[in-house]
Design a protein around this ligand. Sequence first.
Ligand code: BT5
Length: 237
Amino acid sequence: MIIGSKLHYFDEIDSTNDYARKIVDESTDGTVVLADVQTAGKGRLDNKWYSPDGGLYLSVILVTDKPLLVPILAAVAICETFSHYDIILGIKWPNDILLNGKKIAGILCEAVDMKVILGIGINLNINEFPLELRNTATSIFLETKKRFDKMMIYNELCSELENYYNMLRADRVRDILQQWRNYTIMFGKTVAIETPEKVITGRVIDIGGNGSLILVLPDGRIEKVLAGECRIIKENK
Ligand code: BT5
């Protein structure tokens, strides 16, 4: 097992991704930084990640030449972990995991040379969210009324990450994407994706081999979008 073979554990830290960045040069493939609480958890851009006790916060250092597929495999690994408990999560491109329409986990990938820092935050046993997150965020506990042993979930997540990371290393990208398709909630939805250049609106039809979202535009053209802020503007197929 590579993932978690070296573990840096903290009861409290600013951000596991920031700590991973500090140790990235001397760290081996699969090194994990794990914390019970983050005081400055990060999302993408300048977003913050609410990280109280009860959540699972980790960063995994991976050595790969396919950084764009890391968030894809991480999303699948998170969904697979909870499917063992009959909890069916949904993937919202590019990096959100949903339960009953609300965000239950987030993924933040940062590339450093040939390495990727894969940050995962999962709202596991969180009882309550601040007012500004209450409509959009939820936890496994709030949705299922069950509390899960954090280290049990951590261990299962590591083994699922290992499984899909091995697929990536064996160039079995197709198998990873197939699982992503099984878990995504994106198909058929009309989305608006904000990129630095423009806003692209279209209906989602597939995911590309490099993790891009494939859309049909209103004029019938096909567009592949690699990254951006994605808003669902119409649910129906
Ligand atoms: C993400 O960003 O979804 C990536 C979150 C990654 C967090 C992990 S925890 C371990 C590692 N170390 C870190 O410092 N970070 C990673 P983004 O798509 O930008 O979403 C952030 C937005 O989600 C915020 O602006 C809020 O609106 C909302 N949000 C914040 N905390 C949340 C939470 N705990 N649950 C659900 N939504 C949250």
